[in-house]
Design a protein. Structure first.
Length: 86
């Protein structure tokens, strides 16, 4: 599986995850992959997809700490999707 395929799977499936530790692990891993393995040409599109997916998660998160983690990560992906330096 390529790094891009992994991120796409996360985009398609993280919305269904409910376990806080699993969500934290996945987001941390995706941040690492996006930083180190995704080509600049793909970063903006993948970041936008991640932002949109994580936004959908906001409404179902009950834990404040998990909300903060997802929100912070989503903002990072949103900034990455609009970064002109890619």
């Amino acid at each position: 599986m390529t790094p891009k395929e992994y991120v796409k799977l996360v985009v398609d499936n993280i919305i269904h995850e409910t376990d806080q530790q699993t969500i934290m692990y996945i987001i941390t891993k995706v941040n690492y992959i996006m930083t180190n393995f995704i080509k600049n040409d793909d970063k903006a599109d993948l970041s936008a997809e991640l932002w949109n997916t994580l936004k959908k998660m906001f409404i179902k998160i009950e834990s404040t700490s998990l909300f903060n983690l997802v929100f912070d990560s989503a903002l990072g992906f949103a900034i990455g999707s609009s970064d002109e330096t890619h």
